[in-house]
Ligand binder design. Sequence first.
Ligand code: NDP
Length: 452
Amino acid sequence: MAVSDHVDLDGFIAGVRRRNPGQAEFVQAVREVAQDIFEFIADKEQYHRHQILRRIAEPDRVISFRVCWEDDKGEIRVQRGWRVQNSNAIGPYKGGIRFHPSVTESVLKFLAFEQTFKNSLTGLPMGGAKGGANFNPRGKSGHEVMRFCQSFMTELYRHVGADVDVPAGDIGVGGREIGFMFGQYKRITNQFTGVLTGKGLEYGGSLIRTEATGYGAVHFLDNMLELAGQAIPGKRAVVSGSGNVALHAAEKFVELGGTVLTLSDSDGFIHDPAGIDQARIDWVKALKGERRGRIQDYVKEFTGATFHAGGRPWSVPCDVALPCATQNELTGADAKLLVANGCIAVAEGANMPTDLDGVHVFRTAKTIFAPGKAANAGGVSVSGLEMSQNSARIAWKEEDLRKMLIDIMRGIHDRCVEHGAVAGGKYVDYVRGANIAGFKKVADAMLAFGVV
Ligand code: NDP
């Protein structure tokens, strides 16, 4: 009998906690996946014998480095940067870079772990990674951001490459930052390759990459609602966040006939009972562009809207919820409130925005619930398409890419249904479906490689 046969879920998680002291987010992410995988592999001896889950929960490597830069006053600042390369079993490492003061090794390990399953679910050949730094872009000048990005890449360039590891954007890293990092990579290596995605269109970027995560989340929601005999037109959504993912999710939801009632940032949320239409979304896009304005300014511009300092939008009655800001922003109590107020579906645009209690509430209430690893995979999918275009040195048309995104989201949805349908197909547990479908492809590749 294999060693791991003696270990139950709690024993496994206790081991993960012991080996990763103080890394609560990472342990949380592993637990969320492990509970479904333990059930799935109960009768599959080969996965036990090869310690597959234990190996996926141990990153291939964690690179940590110093990032020095000079601010506009000439003072030297020191930050810490990381790249967590979790698994390249099914393709080159792939995952975003996050610049935010809350970034820690634990947060990046959780994100790289999740990314491994997400990328597998897309059906494209991409492994899982994540990187970032505890750098706060808020209040920094363009020159400061440029110097930071250059310094960050001066170390990172050794660890990445078009066939090795292909980073992209995430919180605090948009097109501007990707441009600065790509420029520095090119300068150091003298190579023009597809080493990053989310690039500008002039230098190898793909159309609809910017929109893809938010749009993809709403396409996923659309698929879930359709299966449940529902549809977006006439539905009211609460959206959290006001960054890339939130604003594009809001845009697509409005385009498909729904009404968006809220947006938020780290200061609080705004509630606009009149609905945040495309013109208002455009206004927020301008507000949140390079000057990184505050969402509370919305109420000065649009009468009838209210700002709720320090709050999150989950108390506003709605039909669907789209958490699109950050991890653990929707708790068990929030989930109960949403269910009590009639929310029938949740699609996570952010990574792990719902904590374990919240997920439990939704699963118990049979709320239609899409975890981020499935619902927000549109962004990395179009990144995968950007890699293909770079390799072939071509650029696909926007309408073709839009269709590919819709098809990929449908494929992810159907893979979740395949492994997540319960109660004779009456309810789809998308968390379970995403975990198992994502795991299986990576696990089978690992079995083929033997013990490496
Ligand atoms: P942005 O930086 O564009 O926006 C992040 C938004 O979340 C901002 O409104 C920000 O507010 C808010 N926010 C950040 N931290 C907190 C916090 N601690 N509490 C409350 N609000 C917070 O990032 P993205 O939109 O790109 O990313 C959002 C989420 O989506 C993340 O979880 C990311 O990992 C995930 N994601 C992103 C993808 C992408 O393609 N960009 C792909 C897949 C997932 P403020 O302005 O105050 O900072």
